[in-house]
Design a protein around this ligand. Structure first.
Ligand SMILES: Nc1ncnc2c1ncn2[C@@H]1O[C@H](COP(=O)(O)OP(=O)(O)OP(=O)(O)O)[C@@H](O)[C@H]1O
Length: 330
């Protein structure tokens, strides 16, 4: 278990991590989601004592990282796949790590086999592709057979086969009862792997929820309608207790109903429809809406929220039941 309490990191005037409190539990994959620059890597670096918190604490199974006698046996991490010594072979890189942590050398061959690098074990790391480097980073994380594993953007730059492999590996490790903490800036990636979700923006906690709950709250289905008799259609919908929302391209969106119900209603009122379709709001859309105020730099170069001021953070026990409801701009 990893526990953060009021964890804060400032770099000069920049607050990279802002009073983060949450727990990462065993037996599941916890996704750590946030846009670029949200503070994910800085948080993970503080877990490993690579950065000192400005305030707050982070504990691994109740202890600070530096209190762990042989830390690789408690927690393994893939933070920067390029951190290996390029002039050394994959085998020698891992052997050095093993020796420094009193891990038997036989474990090196075992983890190389586990990540599929046995055939290139004696090759110099500087010739490795990005995917091979990621696999080697994962081998080093697994070296001490730790109960806790932390992966920072592990699928970045990988081909579909590599992505599939990492997903399955994380699932297998979680199924063994290990604690898996994995960061990403892609909601779509998290939806496929994570059981639990921690969302941050500009260093602050925006959500701490199960993936199932996130999907339940945000996979809203609705019906999209388009009619040349737009005004009359709006009237009829309202008269029948619906709450149509005007969307782009002259379309209307209506929650809590079906295409059958609205199609029949339109027919009864002799309204012509040019579109009648069932829609599903994407999780990516929900995530973007949630973090919109916390994204530092938008594509057009402006800073969100009038100079970067953030709305107040949600309460410590999560943002409440309605935090996902306003994203469609109704
Ligand atoms: N050593 C440092 N000195 C100054 N600022 C830093 C330092 N490290 C990180 N930052 C800043 O802290 C903020 C958080 O960065 P961090 O790398 O933790 O974000 P991230 O969520 O991991 O983003 P990404 O997905 O882009 O890796 C950013 O604004 C970054 O520029």
């Amino acid at each position: 278990m990893i526990e953060l309490e009021g964890l804060t990191k400032r770099f000069g005037t920049k607050t990279a991590v802002d009073r983060l409190s949450f727990q990462v539990r065993p037996g599941m994959i916890t996704g750590f989601l946030g846009p670029n620059g949200a503070g994910k890597s800085t948080t993970m670096r503080m877990v490993l004592d690579l950065d000192n918190p400005t305030s707050g604490t982070v504990r691994i199974d109740g202890r600070h990282y530096r209190e762990l006698e042989e830390p690789l046996k408690y927690i393994g991490a893939l933070l920067d796949a390029k951190a290996m010594h390029g002039g050394r072979s994959a085998y020698n890189n891992l052997l050095c790590l093993a020796q420094a942590n009193r891990i038997p050398p036989s474990r090196v061959a075992e983890v190389l086999d586990l990540v599929g690098l046995t055939a290139v074990a004696r090759k110099k790391v500087k010739g490795f592709s990005l995917g091979m480097g990621q696999r080697l980073g994962i081998a080093s994380a697994l070296l001490g057979d730790p109960e806790i594993l932390m992966f920072d953007e592990p699928v970045n730059g990988l081909d579909p086969e590599g992505i599939h492999w990492i997903r399955n590996l994380m699932k297998a490790l979680a199924a063994e009862g290990r604690t898996i903490f994995v960061s990403s800036h892609l909601m779509s990636e998290m939806a496929l792997t994570a059981d639990h979700l921690i969302v941050i923006g500009q260093g602050r906690l925006l959500a701490d929820t199960s993936m199932a709950e996130f999907i339940r709250q945000n996979s809203r289905s609705y019906v999209r309608l388009r009619s040349p008799q737009h005004e009359r259609l709006v009237e009829v919908l309202r008269e029948n207790g619906f709450h149509p929302v005007t969307a782009g391209g002259g379309t209307l969106e209506v929650d809590g109903t079906t295409t059958e119900e609205l199609g029949e209603l339109a027919a009864r009122h002799r309204l012509v429809l040019h579109e009648l379709s069932a829609q599903q709001a994407s999780l990516e859309e929900a995530f973007m809406q949630m973090t919109a105020a916390a994204v530092e730099y938008h594509a057009h170069g402006t800073i969100a929220h009038g100079g970067g001021e953030m709305p107040p953070p949600p309460p410590a026990d999560g943002p409440g039941p309605h935090w996902g409801e306003s994203y469609k701009g109704a």
